[in-house]
Design a protein around this ligand. Structure first.
Ligand code: 5GP
Ligand code: ZN
Length: 132
């Protein structure tokens, strides 16, 4: 059984911020910033690509609700809501989860940068991604 399933089954203790029949939200054990929270479905699905719509929707609704609450109660200046999918994207626990990371300033312990790299042919990329 995966580590988050053990947390969901209360076999491993955690700081529960929110719980309903489908979703659990806990504090991340390594608080990147104060209030760093993980929202996960109770059903074991590996990641967002493998989640059914209902499961993804339940997580995103909860993440939205909690992001608002966390910003209000911590006084954060902003918040990142993100899910890592696959090893290449930094996923270390293979049970879908959304990170809610309140941001207090641009020089806190997390850096998310969007640096331009190889120039892309936008028309070709768009044609690849657009529905036929
Ligand atoms: P990922 O890298 O898969 O996106 O994020 C996994 C997160 O789970 C990490 O930020 C890590 O600190 C957190 N984590 C791993 N094990 C535990 C645990 O046993 N309890 C809690 N609360 N968080 C955990
Ligand atoms: Zn699991």
């Amino acid at each position: 059984m995966c580590i988050f399933c053990k947390i969901i089954n209360h076999e491993i203790p955690s700081a529960v911020v929110y719980e309903d029949q489908d979703v659990l939200a806990i504090l991340d054990i390594s608080q990147v910033t104060k209030g760093h929270t993980l929202v996960m479905p109770k059903k074991h699905v590996r990641n967002i690509l493998e989640a059914d719509d209902e499961t993804a929707e339940a997580c995103i609704r909860t993440a939205k609700m909690l992001a608002k609450r966390i910003v209000e109660r911590t006084g954060a200046a902003g918040v990142n809501v993100l899910t890592n999918c696959g090893e290449a994207a930094g996923q270390t626990v293979e049970h879908l989860h959304f990170h809610i990371i309140p941001r207090y300033s641009s020089n806190d312990a997390i850096t998310i940068e969007f640096n331009p790299s190889e120039k892309q042919d936008l028309e070709a990329v768009c044609a690849l991604l657009k529905e036929d």
